[in-house]
Ligand binder design. Structure first.
Ligand code: PBG
Length: 327
C-alpha cells in the first residue's frame, strides 16, 4: 500500500456518502418554466426546433398547467406568439387591454392563484420590425422605447403578473418601469431584470417559436457583446440601483463565469436563463443517440446552480421535475 494522507475518493465510495458531501443541490422550486401562448382554441403546436415544447391556445395551456403544477413547478414565464397582422411599429398590441396575452395572464391567475407568473417586457413579439426597441431610420431609439415599456408593464401588472422580466437591454428601463408601476400603486410587482443579456446565436429556436426574428440587422446595439465581462458588472450595478429584485444572466451555459461574477458581487438573487438553443442542442444530440438527454440535462442544470444561480429559467423544467420527484 502506498501511504497517502489524502484520498478524495473516500468521499465518493457510496451513493449515500456522495450525497452527504454534495455541495450543490437542485430542486423543482428553483425552476421557472418558459411557456408559449397563442390566440385560438384547441391548439397545441410543437416548436420545430424545440422538441417537446409547444405553443398553446389558452384552453390547452390551462390543461397543460395542471400537469405542470402537479409536477411541483411553481413559476412560469409566459411568452406570446402574435400573428403578423397584429404587429406594428410601436408594439401597440402589447398594452391593448383586450389582447389575448393579457387575458391569458388573468385567466391563469384565476385558475392557479398560487402559480407565479412572470411576463416578458419587450417589444419584439409585437413589433413589425422584429426588434426590441422602436425603430426610426434603421436605428433603435432608447428613450422612446421606455415609454412603450411603461405602458406594457402596467398592462401586464394589471392583468395579474407577479414578476416582470424586462428583456430588451434598453438603458434605464428598470428604473423607468419601477417608477411607472409604483406611481400607480403596483409596488408589490417584482422585477427580474435581464441584466446581462448577450447578443447570442442561442436564441434562434425561441425566435422560431415566436416568429419574432428581426426583419433587418441584428440586436448588437442593445444586447451585449459576448466578449465582455466588466460590462456585465456595469449593467448589473445599474439594474440593482434602479430597483431590480433579481438579476438574470442569459444565456446560461456560455456565460457561467458571468453568473459567478454577479453572484459574488450582488446581494440579491441571481437567475440564469437556460435558453432555447441550449435546450435544442441537447435534444438534437439525444435524438441522434449521441448523448443521454436526462443525464446531460441534469448536469447542465446543476452546473448553472453551481456557478451561482439561485433560480433557472429552463425548458427542461418538466423533465427535470420528473427526475427530481423520483417518478
Ligand atoms: C426577447 C427575448 C428573447 C428571449 C427571451 N426574450 C429573444 C431575443 O432576445 O431575441 C430568448 C429566450 C430563449 O432563447 O430561450 N425579448
Amino acid at each position: 500500500m502506498i501511504n497517502l494522507a489524502r484520498r478524495p475518493r473516500r468521499n465518493r465510495k457510496s451513493s449515500a456518502i456522495r450525497d452527504l458531501v454534495q455541495e450543490t443541490t437542485l430542486q423543482v422550486s428553483d425552476f421557472i418554466y418558459p411557456m408559449f401562448v397563442q390566440e385560438g382554441t384547441n391548439l397545441k403546436i410543437e416548436v420545430k426546433s424545440m422538441p417537446g415544447i409547444h405553443r398553446f391556445s389558452l384552453d390547452n395551456l390551462l390543461e397543460e398547467l395542471k400537469e405542470v403544477t402537479d409536477l411541483g413547478i411553481r413559476a412560469i414565464d409566459l411568452f406570446p406568439n402574435y400573428a403578423e397582422s397584429k404587429k406594428d411599429r410601436t408594439a401597440s398590441e402589447s398594452y391593448n387591454e383586450d389582447t389575448f396575452y393579457l387575458k391569458a395572464i388573468t385567466a391563469i391567475k384565476e385558475k392557479f392563484p398560487e402559480l407565479v407568473i412572470m411576463t416578458d417586457v419587450a417589444m419584439d413579439p409585437y413589433s413589425s420590425d422584429g426588434h426590441d426597441g422602436l425603430v426610426e431610420n434603421g436605428k433603435i431609439l432608447n428613450d422612446a422605447t421606455l415609454e412603450i415599456l411603461g405602458k406594457m408593464s402596467l398592462a401586464q401588472a394589471s392583468a395579474g403578473a407577479d414578476i416582470l422580466g424586462p428583456s430588451d437591454m434598453m438603458d434605464g428601463r428598470v428604473g423607468y418601469i419601477r417608477k411607472h408601476l409604483d406611481d400607480r400603486g403596483f409596488t408589490d410587482v417584482s422585477i427580474m431584470s435581464y441584466s446581462a443579456k448577450y447578443a447570442s446565436a442561442f436564441y434562434g429556436p425561441f425566435r422560431d417559436a415566436l416568429e419574432s426574428a428581426p426583419k433587418f440587422g441584428d440586436k448588437k446595439t442593445y444586447q451585449m457583446n459576448p466578449a465582455n465581462k466588466r460590462e456585465a458588472l456595469l449593467e448589473a450595478q445599474l439594474d440593482f440601483e434602479e430597483g431590480a429584485d433579481m438579476l438574470m444572466v442569459k444565456p446560461a451555459l456560455s456565460y457561467l463565469d458571468i453568473i459567478r461574477l454577479l453572484d459574488e458581487n450582488f446581494d440579491i438573487p441571481i437567475a440564469a436563463y437556460n435558453v432555447s438553443g441550449e435546450y435544442a442542442m441537447i435534444k438534437a444530440a439525444a435524438q441522434n443517440g449521441w448523448l443521454d438527454s436526462d443525464r446531460a440535462m441534469m448536469e447542465v442544470l446543476m452546473s448553472i446552480r453551481r456557478a451561482g444561480a439561485k433560480c433557472i429559467l429552463t425548458y427542461f423544467a418538466k423533465e427535470a421535475a420528473v427526475i427530481l420527484n423520483g417518478y
